[in-house]
Design a protein around this ligand. Structure first.
Ligand code: SF4
Length: 356
């Protein structure tokens, strides 16, 4: 077993848990109660999470633009809801996709600019692609359509910059019969304050931990402080939902599943991320992904302009086991080809499977 030295632990835990100044917006439980009372009285809810986008601090970029007036910040999205795709998806981890699929809703835009993003058509070039603009009620209806189609869960992909629009739509759908778990599938660059506001609305957190090295964040994702932010985000998510719990059929019903994409030639970063997770709890569920392939602008960065080798991936999965991370999901290396979506197509995905 790998033993973390005091220096190692200090290194991985030294990242501050960053919280912005507390918001005076109503607390989520109060908002939920208000909406429920109004719904019972047959009234339309008079306030929403989205109302606070007049000075956006929804994610750690804190652009402070008035999105309700149509202004946009780094993410490029105003207060409207823009989605790029919604449908049953079978390529998530087995506890998320199951046999019937995960009801995925892909939001347009993103608060990162990863040079290797496999979803760059919708995260960074969404203005050129086809997107759909929905009202809160429209997104609520889309959620219920996916539930009716048999989805094990409703899986919001890249919600960090539209967390409040998402929250309003979840409330709308819950009022009209949403019962399957809600999955928050993010890049890990979230606002802890925003997450605290939506506490109780998300059942399963599925965040990335991309880097614990701010230089990598700057170089590959146009973000200065990713390594300062993501530890606090994961601590908050774990506090809200606990470790991943599955039903008798192995389908996730609640909890945290952290994803880490292993980058070629940056194995120290992967070891650092895994040490951090193990320091939180050896019971934490982590999906160690081998599917990296040099998409988008990765060809401009020689060290990551290739796929992962088998020995690199084996090195990292063995390291996870040595750390005592027994709840680690791994992938076949061939998955590098299977996971590439094309959002110009009606059905952007191939069917693929993770393996334990
Ligand atoms: S959600 Fe968008 S506008 Fe708001 S702080 Fe983040 S990047 Fe800026």
């Amino acid at each position: 077993m790998v033993t973390c030295t005091p220096q190692d632990l200090q290194e991985v835990l030294e990242f501050k848990i960053v919280r912005s100044e507390s918001s005076d917006f109503r607390k989520p439980e109060a908002l939920k109660r208000l909406c429920e009372e109004e719904a019972r009285a047959g009234e339309r809810p008079t306030m929403s999470f989205t109302d606070q986008l007049t000075r956006c601090e929804c994610c750690p970029r804190t652009c402070r633009v008035n999105r309700l007036e149509g202004e946009t910040g780094f993410c490029g999205i105003s207060s409207t809801i823009r989605i790029s795709h919604a449908g049953l998806h079978f390529g998530e981890e087995p506890p998320i996709s199951g046999e019937r699929g995960s009801g995925t809703i892909f939001f347009a835009g993103c608060n990162l600019r990863c040079v290797f993003c496999q979803n760059y058509q919708i995260s960074q070039e969404f203005r050129r692609g086809r997107t759909q603009t929905l009202t809160t009620a429209g997104l609520g209806a889309e959620i219920l359509r996916l539930q009716d189609a048999g989805a094990h869960n409703i899986n919001f992909v890249s919600p960090s910059h539209v967390v409040f629009q998402m929250a309003d739509a979840i409330l709308e759908a819950k009022r009209k019969g949403l019962v399957v778990p809600v999955v928050y599938n993010s890049n890990g660059y979230d606002s802890v304050d925003s997450l605290q506001q939506i506490r109780g609305l998300v059942d399963i957190y599925l965040p990335d931990i991309k880097y614990l090295d701010n230089e990598l964040g700057k170089q590959f994702s146009a973000v200065d402080d990713y390594a300062n932010i993501v530890p606090g985000v994961i601590v908050e998510m774990l506090d809200q939902v606990g470790h991943l719990e599955m039903d008798d059929e192995g389908i996730a019903v609640q909890g945290l599943l952290v994803r880490h994409l292993v980058l070629p030639d940056y194995l120290d970063n992967s070891r650092r991320c895994l040490r951090f997770l193990a320091s939180l709890s050896p019971d934490i569920h982590v999906s160690i992904m081998s599917q990296y392939s040099p998409q988008h602008k990765a060809c401009d960065y020689p060290r990551i302009n290739r796929t992962l080798t088998e020995s690199e991936y084996d090195d990292i999965t063995a390291y996870a086991l040595d750390l005592g991370l027994e709840n680690a999901l791994t992938q076949e290396l061939e998955s590098q080809d299977h996971y590439l979506p094309d959002f110009d197509r009606e059905d952007p995905f191939n069917v693929c499977r993770h393996q334990k």
